[in-house]
Ligand binder design. Structure first.
Ligand code: GLN
Length: 477
């Protein structure tokens, strides 16, 4: 039977004739069907994926060197455009909308030989922390079907967790890759803002959004990153910094890094005691094996969630104004109404409750009379966070924290309490506010049986250290 460990092993098996791309695709399609209850995929590109696999198998020559993602079976979150395929941001408003071009990340996947197997369920417009805000219904955590997958990229996380594909792409505005990765016991990488082009990623909050990677091991995350990262003529915020060979970098450093953790993160009253205890034990074992790990003060922690929600809702209210029932997606059936009424009715019918809440909040913080009190203030806090962060990285190579303050909660448990749900993002929104890369690595098991992770952050464009340290800590375990 087909068994996946790493892309490297898979390629070796292909070259030795021990497996085929068709065998891999069939394996994942069967798994997707037998795990349909998890609700991870909203559409499977079954025939197409098989056809590409057949083509790859028929044209492969002995001893041929394979393209970086040759035959790799990938799933993409339902916010990433794939030409000729539907994309809906898990929203009724984009029901039946078909992408007219490829996202740059999608194009890189295809150019590198990947097989895109389907699009994955998520919170509507990537707004949420539990995947309960999806027009397709919640995604179930494969470790306990009564619990949430996390969000917003819940389907992409569960797909890797439950062996429904080798790799997934998600998007991360405030934790949407790292938080579900934490809840599902897998790796979730959010690169530096601008490391991967956002062209073709449906926008939530443009100065925070970044495409991220779900993988079951660090080598695969590194390989996918170096394949899809880089400058892009279609996205002026995509960085021109050269993309290094992260795969090689992963195993290079033997250095014991200098690491900081925020006292306020570990002492936070909302932090689950088991997570606190296991994180502290990990810090101790890191010290024992020669790392410098030191507590630092970070009094700004109390402001990160409010700052994040002021700025992201402001950006969302502007980004989502294009969904007006005229140019995109759902249009009301109501007749004999004027243009304003058409906009109102189409948007009221098409958007879900959480999206409406955020558009309202964002419009409010941008409105005359409140702009300075909320939006300008939040921008100032963001600047302060950036200055403090730059300063910290002159002394440390990395910062660590829990990824999420609690393990995966029960479906329905927090859905009526938006504030409680927002607080789940306390550790993950900070890297997006300052643009630094961050990862969640699966190191722990809670006493309730659920997996959880450790978040690592490094300075801008230092994904090499991020991946090296991740690899070291996974091995140290
Ligand atoms: N949970 C956060 C939110 O609801 C993060 C979402 C994301 O990263 N897309 O905004």
């Amino acid at each position: 039977m087909f068994r996946f460990t790493t892309i490297k092993d898979y390629h070796t098996a292909l070259q030795n004739g021990q497996t085929t791309c068709v065998e891999a695709v069939r394996f994942y399609i069967d798994n997707i069907h037998s795990n349909a209850h998890l609700n991870a995929f909203v559409e499977v590109f079954e025939d197409e994926a098989l056809a590409l696999a057949i083509q790859l198998d028929n044209t492969r020559k002995n001893n041929q060197s394979l393209a970086p993602l040759y035959g790799v079976v990938v799933g993409i979150k339902d916010v990433i455009c794939y030409k000729g395929h539907r994309v809906s941001a898990s929203s009724k408003i984009l029901n039946n909308f078909t992408s007219v071009y490829n996202a740059t990340a999608t194009q890189h996947l295809l150019d590198a030989g990947a097989i895109i197997i389907g699009r994955q369920n998520c919170d509507e417009f990537a707004m949420g922390s539990s995947n309960e805000n999806s027009t397709y219904g919640p995604v179930k955590n494969a470790a306990d079907n009564n619990r949430v997958s996390g969000g917003s990229s819940g389907g992409s996380a569960v797909a890797v967790q439950a062996n429904l594909c080798m790799i997934s792409l998600g998007s991360d505005t405030g934790g949407s890759v790292r938080q579900p990765a934490d809840f599902c016991g897998i790796i979730g990488l959010k690169p530096t803002y601008g490391r991967i082009s956002r062209y073709g990623l449906i926008a939530y909050a443009s100065s925070f959004d970044q495409i991220g990677i779900f993988a079951s091991n660090i080598a695969d995350a590194a390989l996918v990153l170096q394949t899809i990262a880089g400058k892009d003529q279609f996205d002026s915020t995509a960085s021109h910094q050269p993309v290094i060979n992260y795969s090689e970098a992963v195993n290079q450093a033997n250095k014991k890094f200098r690491i900081a953790y925020f006292k306020e993160s570990i002492e936070h009253p909302g932090l689950d005691p088991v997570i606190k205890q296991q994180t502290e034990a990990k810090i101790q074992s890191m010290k024992d094996s020669g790392y410098v790990v030191e507590p630092v003060d970070f009094s700004l922690l109390a402001y990160v969630v409010p700052t994040y929600y002021v700025l992201t809702t402001a950006e969302a209210s502007s980004n989502l104004s294009r969904f007006d029932g005229v140019r995109f997606g759902h249009r009301t059936e109501q007749k004999n109404i004027d243009l304003t009424q058409l906009y109102k009715a189409s948007r009221s019918e098409g958007f879900g409750e959480e999206v409406k809440r955020r558009i309202l909040l964002g419009t409010f913080v941008l409105s005359e009379g409140y702009f300075d009190a909320y939006f300008t203030k939040a921008q100032q806090v963001r600047q302060l966070l950036k200055t403090t962060t730059d300063q910290l990285f002159t002394q440390y190579d990395a910062i660590i924290s829990p990824t999420v303050p609690s393990p995966a909660f029960k479906i329905g448990e927090k859905s009526n309490d938006p504030i409680e749900m927002f607080l789940a993002d306390i550790y993950t929104v900070y890297p997006n506010l300052v643009g630094i890369p961050a990862i969640s690595i699966p190191l722990f098991t809670h006493t309730n049986g659920m997996p959880f992770g450790l978040q690592i952050m490094t300075k801008h464009f230092d994904e090499a250290t991020l991946l090296q340290l991740s690899q070291q800590l996974i091995t140290l375990n």
